[in-house]
Design a protein around this ligand. Sequence first.
Ligand code: APR
Length: 186
Amino acid sequence: MIVKVKKTAISLVTGDITLQKTDAIVNAANSGLMGGSGVDGAIHRAGGPAILEECKKIVAEQGRLPAGKAVITSGGNLAARYVIHTVGPVWRGGNDNEAEILASAYLESLRLAEKRNLTCISFPSISTGAYGYPLKAAAAVAVAAVVKFAEEEAVSIKEIVFVLFGEVAYSEYARALEKISQQRYF
Ligand code: APR
């Protein structure tokens, strides 16, 4: 599924984000940036030790990465040139600013890519695995944040891809994207 918002194409695919041939893939990291399971584990496994070395330097220089913020490293052995590491919110029931932090994780990653004049970026479904964010709610926040960025801030970014790990996630994001494209005329 692809939706054009001004000059930016927003698309959904299913698959493994580590295989994306793109300028940057986004990692669903934790604040320590020391790797983990899920997307984090897959990216460090496929990307190799160089990514972890760069993450260690970043934490040594600026401390742990707060939820909603983003940093960038090389892509190591990945097909992607860069990895943008962001930390999504842990789901605590929905009254702990989770939606704002999740939106910020997408927006800060996009702004970092824009600063590097990147043209294409791929996102996983941030926070919907180990961090327990309900998929339907997360898809609505993620799609709204990305569409808002495409409408208001995108200059170099021409392609934003959500890489979903299976049909269930894909259909939730497709529903969210369909709903928002019916509500707004891009
Ligand atoms: N490609 C694309 N999507 C993936 C992949 C992959 N290779 N592996 C997992 N996913 C999906 C999961 O199915 C889930 O929908 O990414 C989504 C995010 O799941 P997590 O990776 O668990 O990320 P998150 O929920 O944000 O939790 C982050 O988990 O791995 C640790 O160190 C990480 O502490 C951090 C926490």
